[in-house]
Design a protein. Structure first.
Length: 620
């Protein structure tokens, strides 16, 4: 049977609201596309997890797939790349890299895998008992393994033996689901318990109830989360303090999309690449559904502006063998050809990146969500406090107590630390003024986003955006003439003595000011809200000793039940925030997240404190 035939059989006999299936080997493009059509006729949602190696063969298939379906653009880099089809009800997670490593880094969730498909396209020599135990850890107790008859007899026999060793059933196995050895099931449960213990410092908390979810905010973080929840048919109430959506940092006319890379390609760099690809997928999918979004994936050109920054740019591009779809080096001549203007600076080009109007993307996400599920938006509603009760959370607005809600997500951008429960979050507001300059004949030729000391976008609606200022804890959001001039000088000083930058006119004082919430490590915050009081109470008795390190390694970090955080997106929220929102929606619903356990730790709102506690250091 083909992959499509196997999944057709599974869907025909399974009435679950959500099914999770996994397979080794990519299979053919035609089979993947057939699955989309097949699932579109079914109720319920399906997650297909595909584990495959990173090689040239994968690159070729990905290129064919992107040509067939332009909203899908996959890149051969390690990690999980999520694609959402059929109104978000059909999820494909492409896990690229070593099979064992990808499975070990897979966070535990309630939605365990019900079937494994061993097709004719995967290499059986990499199969081992250790790998099958990793598979079993993430599988239902009655998980079934479907082994392709096209595999050599020796390979089929090897797989059957491995299935029996871990308690999988299969069509040709002598063991039925009723006969699975309880010892094998206990071993599987012990493996899950072991991983749960390892995840304790950065707990994954499923929402107690997803019947109704309250989200505080109105920008791109809220919009992305609401869309991901609506795809899961959740009822959502949004409370926005402004008179319209996307009025704060998400209201800029243009925002750049490109990944944050580090020379050593650390966890932050790896997360940004995968998040950036998911943002592009979301953007292309919404545009393909005919939502009016101003954007242009014209690429982003990143150059230095002085000797120090040039060395930094070169260190990034030379520090890791980047996939050319992610980033590649350009010389002085190539940079000018790409930009359509005289640049004459070597640098890095991000070919898949570009710019988007954040307000358009926010609005399109909300509109799409309201088509898919019950989404209400209450404007001019500033939530000033959160009150916990046995019935759930009450949201205080003026003299009203709205709720109670069992599940509340704080995603309100600059106001993230407004509440008693969130005031200790280690995130800082930075004022940013973006300047607008009318296009002129030479400027109009700019054909990519420029990033150096400042940034400048290609023309949209007869304007270019320049920016941005970066002022910590600013006491006002009024227009600043000085910051307007500074934005101009950043571009002019980045590309000295170029006639085109003398055409930049900021004299009309057109600009927009917003606040970005920035974390010290530049990663977003996503996950359950840490309970600072409870942490400090435990810290009083468990600090600065080897025993305290062991305690914090094995004790679930205290969090506020039913309260979650999504924020701290910084100045690259369009690249990092959409995947964080998708991961939070999956976490709330008990589904597998498109993140590794390393990324769960990287994004956890508790991480700044936990990193110190796990090392036995003092909390400041």
């Amino acid at each position: 049977m083909t992959v499509s035939d196997n999944i057709r059989s599974i869907l025909a006999t399974n009435n679950s609201e959500h099914i999770s299936i996994a397979m080794f080997g990519l299979g053919s493009v035609s089979q993947i596309l057939a699955l989309k059509k097949l699932h579109s006729t079914k109720n319920g949602s399906l997650t297909l997890k595909i584990f495959c190696a990173v090689d040239d063969h994968i690159e070729q298939i990905f290129k064919v797939l992107s040509q067939t379906r332009p909203e899908i653009h996959l890149v051969s880099i390690e990690g999980c790349q999520r694609v959402k089809l059929n109104h978000g009800r059909f999820i494909i997670d492409f896990h690229l890299g070593d099979y064992g490593q990808q499975l070990r880094q897979l966070p535990l969730c309630n939605s365990l895998i019900s079937h494994w498909l061993c097709s004719s396209e995967f290499e059986t020599q990499s199969m081992s008992q250790a790998l099958f135990w990793q598979m079993a850890k993430h599988s239902q107790d009655n998980c079934h393994c479907l082994i392709s008859a096209e595999l050599p007899i020796e390979s089929q026999q090897k797989l059957l033996a491995l299935c029996d060793m871990v308690g999988f059933t299969s069509e040709n196995s002598m063991v039925s689901s009723a006969q699975i050895d309880n010892v094998l099931l206990m071993e599987r449960h012990a493996l899950r318990a072991q991983q749960s213990s390892q995840q304790a410092p950065y707990p994954i908390k499923i929402a107690e109830s997803t019947t109704e979810i309250a989200v505080i905010g109105g920008g791109i973080a809220t919009a992305s989360l609401v869309l991901s929840l609506a795809e899961r048919q959740k009822k959502i109430h949004v409370f926005c303090e402004d008179s319209e959506l996307a009025q704060a940092a998400s209201g800029n006319k243009q925002g750049a999309i490109y990944p944050l890379l580090t020379p050593d390609n650390n966890s932050l760099s790896q997360y940004f690449q995968l998040a950036y690809l998911f943002s592009l997928h979301r953007l292309n999918a919404l545009a393909a559904t005919k939502y009016p979004i101003d954007f242009d994936l014209c690429g982003v050109l990143h150059t230095g502006h002085d000797e120090r920054s040039r060395k930094r740019v070169q260190k990034i591009i030379n520090g890791h063998p980047w996939n050319t779809d992610i980033a590649h080096a350009v010389n002085e001549k190539q940079s000018s050809e790409i930009a359509g203007l005289e640049i004459n600076e070597a640098g890095i080009f991000y070919p898949l990146g570009g710019w988007v109007a954040p307000q358009d993307l926010t609005q399109a996400s909300f509109e799409r969500a309201q088509q898919l599920s019950d989404v209400t938006v209450q404007l001019n509603t500033q939530i000033t406090a959160l009150e916990k009760s046995d019935a759930g959370w009450f949201l205080v607005h003026k003299q009203q107590r709205l709720g109670p809600y069992k599940t509340v997500v704080v995603a309100n951008g600059k106001s993230l630390t407004r509440f008693e429960q969130t005031k200790h979050l280690q995130v800082t507001g930075f004022r940013g003024q973006v300047s607008h300059a009318p296009t002129r004949s030479k400027l109009s030729k700019l054909s990519t986003v420029l990033c150096a000391h400042g940034y400048m976008t290609p023309v949209n609606n007869a304007l270019h955006c320049l920016g941005a200022s970066y002022v910590k804890d600013a006491d006002n959001l009024a227009y600043s003439p000085q910051e307007q001039v500074d934005n101009l000088h950043k571009i002019q000083h980045s590309y000295l003595d170029k006639d085109w930058n003398r055409d930049i006119d900021i004299s009309k004082h057109s600009a927009r000011v917003g606040v970005r919430m920035v974390t010290r490590d530049h990663a977003p915050m996503m996950g359950p809200a840490p309970d600072q009081d409870a942490i400090m109470a435990l810290y009083h008795n468990h600090q600065l000793t080897p025993a305290s390190r062991t305690f914090w390694q094995n004790t679930p970090a205290p969090v506020h039940k039913g309260l979650y955080i999504l924020g701290g997106l910084g100045s690259r929220g369009l690249s990092s925030g959409l995947l964080a929102a998708e991961a939070l929606a999956a976490q709330l619903c008990g589904e597998t997240m498109p993140l590794s356990t390393d990324f769960v730790a990287l994004l956890n709102p508790n991480r700044m404190w936990m990193r110190k506690l796990l090392k036995g250091k003092a909390l400041e």
